[in-house]
Design a protein around this ligand. Structure first.
Ligand code: FAD
Length: 438
């Protein structure tokens, strides 16, 4: 059967400003790329939006705590394969004992993590896996329709570097193992090109010749600076009358008039609606409303090589090593790997040592390393985000749990959040993304 062909940017119906009587006041908790994109889409519909975050991407704030700061900067328009795949259970024990593995765990956290891990394994069954690929495929086909209007209005299109993204396989065997996922991506309309060794070398001559096959995701692109992108969105938000409040939200309560977000500094902020987009920290906030959500974090790291930006033409990822090497204005950012261990613990230098060591093997000439960073991916067991009204209070909307592809899906998430709050029919069925699916 021939593969279906999907338009790269399918149409979304245009958002028109709502009549005054239908506009509401909204507090968005979290100024990561998901919160910012949601706020901007809500403003397009005419709502009055405030963003609450202790460290928004404004001059004078760090933003280092947000996953949106330190990711691999790749808009991964082929990433419809969840983390949990059939057969993963047999790979995990080997990965956990190898020092240079892309996966590690704080063993003391195992009892706390068990419910998440059990649901992760359930989501990795053959049937669930195929269903999840379909849902991710649908979201990814809409990703650009969600991003583009924001890029354009924020005058940030100059940050896009469109030269694809390259996956490399070190052996014929690892490439053969990838075939199932390649076929599924094709089913979902992802445009890919197979490259032999010669073609890889022509494209990326500085890589050590430690690959047998390449897979090019032609439509994927990188954002040259994730912080500048977030700052451009923040500036647009303010120029349209949006306000930032620098504080931590502790709880969401309700009274007769509406919702109250209680801040750490004692300030209550009233609103008709609240969007929880606090990334990996969203679970605690949802708890204060009475919702228990199976959200945890997959910790990830990056190492920056400031003098090496010229060595690559586009992001390169060896899936077996679990991180990207992305050429950015600030240098090469080697970003990725997964560490299970929750939010509170400090970074482990041995994890960045692994990334640094493997990067130097794959891409000689990197020069000295600069910033080393730990970030917290907000992750659900099935690799699908939560884009949903709260089951307890429909005036609260959840937008978190984007795991490895939050930068990619931020725009479409913002649009879907806007549809939920504005009473429009969302462009896709949101049932698979409901908050209480676990
Ligand atoms: C190493 C690494 C590489 C990655 N690479 C990619 C990639 O190449 N492509 C891709 O698409 N995705 C990638 N990701 C994933 C992506 O970065 C995340 O999915 C995305 O940034 C999540 O965005 P967010 O807005 O939900 O959360 P965050 O960016 O974490 O933002 C959450 C915000 O909420 C605020 N906050 C938290 N608690 C509170 C509170 N109680 N009150 C108020 N504010 C609060 C925080 O200060 C923060 O600013 C990567 C992630 C990592 C860690």
């Amino acid at each position: 059967m021939p593969s279906p062909t999907y338009p790269i940017v399918p149409e979304l119906t245009a958002i028109k400003p709502l009549p005054q009587s239908e506009r509401v006041s909204v507090v968005v908790v979290g100024a990561g790329v998901v919160g910012l994109s949601s706020a901007l889409w809500l403003q397009r519909a005419g709502h009055a939006v405030t963003i609450l975050d202790p460290e928004p991407p404004l001059a004078g704030s760090g933003y280092l705590g947000a996953a949106s700061f330190g990711n691999a900067c790749t808009v991964a328009l082929g990433a419809c394969i969840p983390v949990g795949t059939p057969g993963i259970l047999s790979d995990v024990p080997g990965m956990l004992v190898k020092r240079a593995s892309p996966l590690s765990i704080f063993w003391g956290d195992l009892p706390r993590l068990l419910p998440w891990l059990v649901d992760f394994l359930r989501a990795s069954s053959q049937r669930e896996f195929h269903r999840i690929v379909g849902v991710l495929g649908q979201l990814i086909r809409l990703a650009e329709a969600g991003h583009n209007p924001l890029f354009e209005e924020a005058r940030a299109t100059h940050l896009k570097r469109s030269h694809g993204c390259l996956y490399l396989y070190r052996s014929e065997r690892s490439f053969a193992r990838a075939q199932r996922d390649i076929d599924l991506r094709r089913r979902e309309g992802v445009r890919m090109e197979m490259l032999d060794r010669k073609a890889v070398k022509e494209r990326e001559p500085n890589l050590a010749p430690l690959y047998s096959n390449g897979l090019l995701f032609s439509d994927a692109y990188r954002i040259d600076d994730a912080l500048l992108y977030a700052q451009a969105l923040a500036a647009l938000f303010q120029s349209k009358g949006g306000q930032f409040i620098r504080s931590i939200s502790r709880a969401i309560e309700s009274n007769d008039r509406g919702l109250i977000v209680q801040c750490q500094d004692g300030r209550p902020i009233e609103a008709d609606r609240v969007v929880v987009a606090a990334g990996a920290w969203s679970r605690q906030l949802a708890r204060t409303v009475g919702d228990r959500i199976r959200l945890d974090t997959e910790r990830g790291y990056h190492v920056l090589f400031p003098r090496a930006g010229h060595l690559l033409n586009a992001p390169v990822c060896y899936p077996e090593h679990g991180f990207y090497m992305t050429p950015l204005g600030e240098g090469i950012r080697s970003a990725g790997t997964v560490e299970l261990g929750g939010l509170g613990k400090p970074a482990r230098p041995e994890r960045t040592n692994v990334i640094e060591k493997v990067s130097r093997i794959l891409l000689p000439g990197l020069g000295e390393a600069g910033r080393k960073w730990l970030g917290f991916r907000p992750s659900m067991p099935d690799s699908l985000p939560v884009i949903s009204r709260s089951p307890t209070d429909p005036r609260i909307t959840y937008a978190f749990g984007h795991g490895h592809i939050g930068l990619t899906l931020a725009g479409i998430t913002g649009r879907l959040v806007c549809d939920l709050i504005s009473g429009h029919a969302p462009a896709i069925d949101l049932h698979p993304l409901r908050a209480n699916r676990f």
